[in-house]
Design a protein around this ligand. Structure first.
Ligand SMILES: *[C@@H]1O[C@H](CO)[C@@H](O)[C@H](O)[C@H]1NC(C)=O
Length: 457
């Protein structure tokens, strides 16, 4: 599955990290150390922080939109909280500058995502660390992150731990890549949970989504896998439960569920995320693990778009979903959150790219799409047009505004212009790239994910 190798153009990230965003009110850090208790919902009294990295991406995207009402909508997104992905060792030095802008009334969201052999069942988000480098994961990734958090004890933090990793061990153990990664996933997650078990941190171990560990036969093995990592870490008090639907598309409530009436539907009781919370939550309790959830609603406003439940890549026709809130109406669901920063691509649709995953070429995937983590302006604009930030109504299907996903009606490309120069956000270099290498003025070709992807920024 996808996710965000956010090799964000560092110039953009760093310059924006320390500038006070104009729309922020006067920052007020907590005057004493934050202590989150395990019985507390850390989101009940704290708002998810809108980090400066995503804010800068969204503000740049808004600046590129000419339609006035769409531009206004885009700027609203800049104020919505989301998670920061620390998905390479090189992103760690940017962490503290984002973290220390967090107000005392807020909680900072961070995603821990750099296990050796990461993304063992897909290609788009393969990690920087090969299997066999667990020691580096511990000393060069987890330890420095823990050090930064310890230096900022007055800031509340919610951490999503290693999306997809343990779920992949449950359902993709037929793949050699996942078999080879398994022991380091287990030890790595346990080490992360133990090391990040700090008073100001609430941790949620990733649990996939209802269409993954929600199958009746996966509930108990899935819960056992997660609980085993939790226990191996010494049952840390900082673990509140699990995250679900990270970078996903499932509705919170949808009855019947999107795939409920398919022939296989009867083998899965978790047909929407609320039913996943109930069913997997019960399995976690049985397995002896805290079972509160945070649920990613960042891109789930529109349902009925996927051909198959497992389709994960840049689903065409999607819209921004419920804005982050602790008002979920479900006692086990601590919050709806935006974990995946909407507008960052899930993976490239270029079938000749090294990290091409065939899911990104499926009929229901938006094309063309850039490498995972790269900014995807057309996709962002689509999410905006289809947004349902307040969860009003219960949309069951929608006609994608940019046409269907077939190549003949694919959205007009921003990737290159006929003049041989790439437009703003267009690709301008990277492994196997044969298109334009120059950018339209005033943009410059910037390495976003070496060696795979350069973009006009
Ligand atoms: C925030 O973090 C940055 C980067 O580590 C540092 O330069 C800056 O002094 C910090 N600011 C505050 C208020 O702690």
């Amino acid at each position: 599955m996808q996710l965000t190798p956010t090799f964000l153009a560092l110039s953009l990230a760093i310059s924006s990290a320390f500038a006070a965003p104009s729309s922020l009110h006067q920052r007020a850090l907590c005057s004493s150390a934050v202590k989150i208790t395990q019985s507390e919902n850390p989101f009940a009294t704290r708002k998810l922080h809108a980090n400066a990295k995503y804010r800068a991406e969204v503000e740049a995207a808004a600046a590129a939109i000419t339609d006035a009402s769409l531009k206004t909508k885009a700027l609203q997104i800049a104020d919505i909280g989301s998670f920061l992905w620390l998905d390479t060792i090189s992103t760690i030095p940017t962490f503290e500058g984002y973290l220390n802008q967090t107000d005392c009334s807020e909680i900072f969201g961070v995603v821990i995502y750099d296990l050796p052999g990461r993304d063992c069942a897909a290609k788009a988000s393969n990690g920087e660390l090969p299997t066999g480098s667990l020691a580096r994961y511990k000393t060069e990734y987890i330890d420095p992150i823990a050090k930064i958090i310890k230096a900022n004890p007055n800031i509340a933090i919610a951490a999503v731990i290693e999306p997809d990793s343990l779920p992949n061990l449950v359902t993709n153990d037929d793949l050699a890549t996942c078999q080879n990664a398994a022991s380091e996933y287990r030890d790595g997650v346990a080490y992360a949970l133990k090391t990040l078990n700090l008073p100001n941190v609430a941790m949620y171990v990733d649990a996939g989504h209802g269409g993954w560990l929600g199958w009746n036969d996966n509930l108990a093995p899935g819960a056992a896998e997660l609980a085993s990592a939790y226990k191996a870490a010494g049952s840390p008090a900082g673990v509140h439960g699990v995250s679900s639907n990270v970078a996903g598309w499932n509705a919170w409530i949808k009855n019947p569920g999107e795939f409920e009436n398919t022939p296989d539907g009867k083998y899965n009781k978790a047909q929407d995320e609320e039913r996943y919370v109930e069913n997997f939550g019960a399995a976690l309790a049985t397995a002896g693990m805290p079972n509160h959830f945070i649920v990613d609603t960042g891109r789930n406003a529109v349902q009925g778009l996927r051909l198959e439940w497992g389709d994960w890549c840049n689903v065409n026709g999607a819209g921004f979903g419920r804005r982050p809130t602790a008002e979920t109406g479900n006692a086990l669901a601590d919050a709806f959150v935006w974990v995946k920063p909407g507008g960052e691509s899930d993976g490239t649709s270029d079938s000749s790219a090294t990290r091409y995953d065939s899911f990104c070429g499926k009929e229901d995937a938006f094309k063309p799409s850039p490498e995972a983590g790269a900014w995807h302006q057309k996709y962002f604009e689509m999410l905006l047009k289809n947004a349902n930030l307040d969860g009003t109504g219960t949309p069951t299907s929608s006609v994608p505004p940019t046409g269907t996903a077939t190549s003949s009606s694919a959205p007009s490309s921003t990737t290159s212009s006929s003049a041989g120069t790439a437009a703003h956000y267009g690709q301008c270099g990277g492994t196997g790239w044969t298109g334009p290498t120059k950018c339209e003025s005033p943009y410059t070709c910037t390495v976003v994910s070496a060696p795979y992807y350069s973009q006009c920024l």
